[in-house]
Every structure is written in C-alpha cells, then in structure tokens.
Design a protein around this ligand. Structure first.
Ligand code: ZN
Length: 289
C-alpha cells in the first residue's frame, strides 16, 4: 500500500489530517538499523513532522527536535510536503516493554528535563522557532503540548508504530485534528467524545481499516470532506555538493588542516549515506574562500 496523507474537513469547522506511513517508517528503520524501541520513537516523530508539514504550504519545511534526558538522545526530523527524513541518536536502545505491553518510548526519551523544538520555514518569512517542555515523552502528547503552548493551537494528535514479530514495521499511522477559528461547539463535543472512545490508530490499521474509514469513525454523524491526498516518502536530499557546501562554513584554516589528512569521510546523519571528500577537493575549497 502506498503511504499517503489525507486532508479533510469535518462539518462544524474542524480540520483533520491523517496518514499511513508504513513504508516511510520501515525505510527509516532499515537505513538507520534501528531497534524496535528506537524506530517506535523515530517513526512517531517522522509522522508528527509530516502532519505538521501538512499545516503549511506544500513547499514549506518544518524541523522537529525532541531532546529528552533519557538514553535515546535526540530525535531530529525534517519534513516538507510529503517528503520526510530523520534520525535518532541511539539506534540500538532496548528497554523492557511498559506495564501495558507497549514500547517504552517515554522512558527512552526521558521527559523530565526535556524539550521539543519546532522550526517552521515559511516562504518569504523569517523561520519561526518555538520551544516548550515535553509533556511525557510519548511524542504525540509532546507535539500536542507544543502546539498549544507555543502556537496557541488546541489540537489532538495520535501517532502509532506497530512492529511485527520479525522486527519489521507492520503499520504506522497518525492523525492531527484541529478546530478552525469558526468551529462550532456542538461538533467539538461530538469529536471529543469520539476521540476518547476511539480504539487507537494502531488497532484500527491492524484491523484493516482504511484512512477514510478512520476519519468517518472519528467524525461520527458529522459530514467529512476529503480534499487532498499527498503521497509520502522518506527521502534525503543530501549530495556531494551539499556536503562540500557545509564544509565551506568551517573556514579556510580548518579546511587546510583537514586537507593535510588522507581523504575525509562524512556520513549523512539523516540517511547514513557516506561521502568521501578528497584532500584535493578540500584544498580547492579552502583556496576558493
Ligand atoms: Zn542524507
């Protein structure tokens, strides 16, 4: 099944974005060689990035950074339209499941002293950066809290990654629901109740529900208007040129020093691709500054 994000409005002035991203999350798992716990945390953040990117124009980008004080380290995700990439510091982390049999994402993230930073790159505007404390380290709740505290937007966010017995990603999905300024009170009450009674995104996808069916379940008696479908992919735009460009910020002296060594190997954090910069390239770069 192709990964997609659907944009919908629900009667009464509510918008809902929902996605299914099994391939995106599985690709991230393979590229980074993630443990089940690491990909649960990274996968949720990748989907959170895609949902936040959906609140912007298709060519505008967003970066999310989750920094807790737990053993997982930082999670960083870039998203733009349907494209996303991301990494997590500790890819091999394993912790016992929580009491209710779920991956211990909150414990791995470490919410006590952590924060979530979101940077929105709007067209023709200065980037907007917001930061707030983590809610609990489960990612969805942290994004909800961020939207409320830093952007004054009440939202409901759900994110779930379901791992198969062979450690591959079986399902991954999530949604973001936000009342628009003109939202009516009755519709919000119906939605709130339906969200409370909702069986969960992992459950619904495991039971073979389509995204359209999940939206309708949450909307209940309210009319749904689907108006956009965005294909999703994990893709990193890194290239030899971009890596060299990054190196130019090191400055002349440091580049000359580096060019004394043998070839310099650089690994892209986001996709693990390796680049080899030759001594001659680095020397030329230093000369050009
Ligand atoms: Zn890359």
């Amino acid at each position: 099944m192709q990964d997609v994000l659907l944009k919908a409005t629900i009667e009464g002035g509510i918008r809902m974005y929902i996605l299914s991203a099994q391939n995106v999350v599985e690709k991230a798992r393979v590229l980074h060689n993630c443990s089940s716990l690491a990909i649960s945390a990274l996968g949720r953040t990748l989907m959170g990035g895609l949902l936040l990117a959906a609140t912007m124009k298709n060519d505008e980008a967003i970066t999310i950074k989750i920094s807790g004080d737990g053993p997982l380290g930082d999670i960083v995700v870039d998203a733009c339209g349907g494209n996303v990439r991301g990494y997590v510091d500790n890819t091999t982390i394993e912790l016992p499941l929580t009491a209710d049999g779920k991956p211990a994402v909150a414990e791995a993230v470490g919410p006590t002293n952590g924060n979530i930073t979101v940077r929105r790159f709007n067209k023709d505007k200065q980037p907007f950066t917001g930061i707030c404390n983590l809610a609990c380290g489960e990612i969805a709740e942290d994004i909800t809290r961020y939207l409320y505290v830093s952007e004054q937007t009440p939202s409901s966010v759900a994110l779930g990654v379901c791992i198969d017995t062979d450690s591959t990603v079986k399902h991954a999905g999530g949604f973001l629901i936000q009342p628009m300024p003109e939202a009516d009170e009755n519709s919000l009450i119906i939605l709130e109740e339906n969200i409370t009674n909702f069986a969960g995104i992992n459950n619904s996808l495991t039971n073979g529900k389509t995204l359209e069916e999940i939206i309708q379940t949450i909307a209940g008696p309210l009319k749904v208007n689907l108006y956009e479908t965005i294909p999703l992919q994990f893709i990193c735009q890194c290239s030899h040129e971009r890596i060299l460009d990054m190196f130019s910020s090191l400055g002349k002296k440091e580049l000359y020093e580096l060019s004394q060594d043998a070839n310099t190997e650089v690994v892209c954090h986001f996709c693990n691709k390796k680049y080899l910069l030759s001594t001659e390239e680095l020397k030329n770069l230093a000369d050009s500054l």
